[in-house]
Design a protein around this ligand. Structure first.
Ligand SMILES: [Zn+2]
Length: 152
């Protein structure tokens, strides 16, 4: 399954991750869902909603977004004619691979984008989706199309 990430949204995710370092940053991803078997529809991410990390402690390696933040994201998506297609969060000084805690808290269907931030510097973003039996994540193909020739 493929995920296409708008390059401006990618930039905003990177900025958020850098600003929040050394704590984890998180937010919702809004976009369009294409045709395909359930769970394998291609997604095009067109917007992001940063959400303050509501985790009480261990914010350097945990994140939490409450039900109110989710309702707000759904409301925004509806307004903009989009769907909530996933969640992004950062991994300060840790690879862009889901942790065991991420797996336990993940919902099926959604795309999980993880960005590694090493010593304050945002690195690669990788996309993951929970297997149907919730046993593990599988990696998705993430594409960030170039925004045409640069204007100088
Ligand atoms: Zn994580």
């Amino acid at each position: 399954m493929s995920v296409t990430l708008d390059s401006e949204v990618e930039t905003r995710i990177r900025k958020h991750a850098r600003k929040g370092y050394p704590e984890e940053t998180c937010g919702f991803l809004l976009g369009q869902v294409g045709e395909g078997p359930f769970g394998q529809e291609p997604r095009v991410i067109e917007a992001m909603i940063p959400v303050p990390n509501q985790q009480q402690d261990e914010r350097r390696r945990r994140f939490l977004m409450g039900p109110e933040a989710f309702r707000e994201a759904e409301r925004r998506a509806l307004e903009e004619g989009l769907d909530v297609v996933g969640v992004y969060h950062s991994h300060p000084d840790h690879p862009a691979v889901p942790s065991e805690v991420d797996r336990k808290h993940a919902w099926p269907w959604y795309s999980y984008l993880i960005i590694a931030v090493t010593k304050g510097e945002p690195g690669p973003i990788r996309a993951w989706q929970l297997e149907e039996d919730r046993s593990d994540f599988r990696e998705e193909t993430l594409e960030v199309p170039e925004v045409g020739p640069s204007r100088t």
